[in-house]
Design a protein around this ligand. Structure first.
Ligand code: PAF
Length: 293
């Protein structure tokens, strides 16, 4: 039978650094998977991707208050350390770093890391201050753990490319790797927030990815982009979504708007839609999938 070693959980920067220093002395590569807990298969795929790159894997669990806006779900955000530890043990994590808010933001904390440009549109336009909170906490986690690699999910594409920009701009000696979005059987992108959905909302939620894939395919086959997107938004509202924050085609690297399909430019469709008290996001490449062939 496969022996699963339970990862140790540490709560302080000193303990984290001690563990990482010992691994480095032994010549081991180290990968960090930052999370906010409420783990699902998407997070575990990040841990497995980390394992493929490095002998030692640290997962951080920290519900970061500075990336939640007023009226958002900071208090309600799922917290279950026992379940998360079990899942991380089975996925092959070596160490869990679960700092308290006072460890991350001690009295007098006054620094914000912000990335311009790519954070001003899409989620940045609807969640003021969100990306500053993300880049500040990720910068701190990277400085604290000093890993060789850090792994982020492609579901949060804007977050992923923002972190890449920050690491490049600040000359941080860390390789940022990404892992594809993990989906439920009906295609819904896995998210800790999916557990907020009622059974009725959960059925409606599945329509989001289907509409997105169909729209990307139509666009890639030459249908006019603006017409496809406005029809898609209307169809989602008719299907039961309360509001569409955005539904946009963007250059995958710069997040500049894309007005027509160009097979030579890597572009993606991005959506954020509200369903009851849940905000769902997703993004996919615009490419010919053969759906309408
Ligand atoms: O993607 C997340 O869960 C969070 O934004 C992250 C990267 C762990 C920072 O708090």
């Amino acid at each position: 039978m496969l022996q699963v070693t339970r990862p140790r959980t540490v709560h302080t920067i000193v303990e984290l650094r001690d563990a990482v220093r010992d691994w480095r002395r032994a010549g081991d590569l180290v990968a960090l998977t930052p999370t906010m807990g409420g783990l699902h298969e998407g997070h575990l795929s990040l841990v497995r991707a980390a394992r493929r790159r490095a002998k030692r894997v640290v997962a951080s669990i920290f519900v970061n208050p500075t990336q939640f806006g007023e009226g958002e779900d900071f208090t309600a955000y799922p917290r279950d350390e026992v379940r998360d530890t079990e899942l991380l043990a089975n996925a092959g994590c070596d160490l869990i770093y679960a700092p308290k808010v006072s460890e991350m933001y001690p009295e007098g904390f006054a620094t914000t890391i912000g990335v311009d440009g790519i954070t001003t549109n899409l989620c940045g336009a609807h969640r003021p201050g969100h990306f500053d909170g993300v880049t500040t906490v990720v910068c701190k986690l990277l400085n604290q753990a000093q890993p060789d690699y850090a792994i982020f999910g492609e579901k949060d594409w804007q977050q992923l490319i923002t972190i890449r920009r920050m690491v490049r701009d600040l000359d941080m000696p860390i390789r940022i790797a990404s892992s594809p979005t993990v989906r439920e059987a009906d295609g819904l992108a896995m998210s800790s927030r999916n557990r907020y959905l009622s059974p009725r909302e959960r059925a409606v939620a599945a329509k989001l990815n289907k509409a997105l894939f169909a729209s990307a395919d139509h666009i890639a086959h030459g249908a006019p982009l603006d017409r496809v997107l406005s029809a898609c938004a209307k169809a989602l509202v008719s299907a039961g979504f309360d509001d569409i924050d955005y539904l946009d085609a963007r250059d995958a690297r710069t997040l500049e708007p894309v007005t027509e399909f160009d097979p030579n430019v890597e572009s993606r469709l991005f959506i954020a839609a509200r369903l009851g008290k849940t905000r769902l996001i997703d993004n996919i490449p615009i490419e010919r999938t053969g759906m309408t062939e």
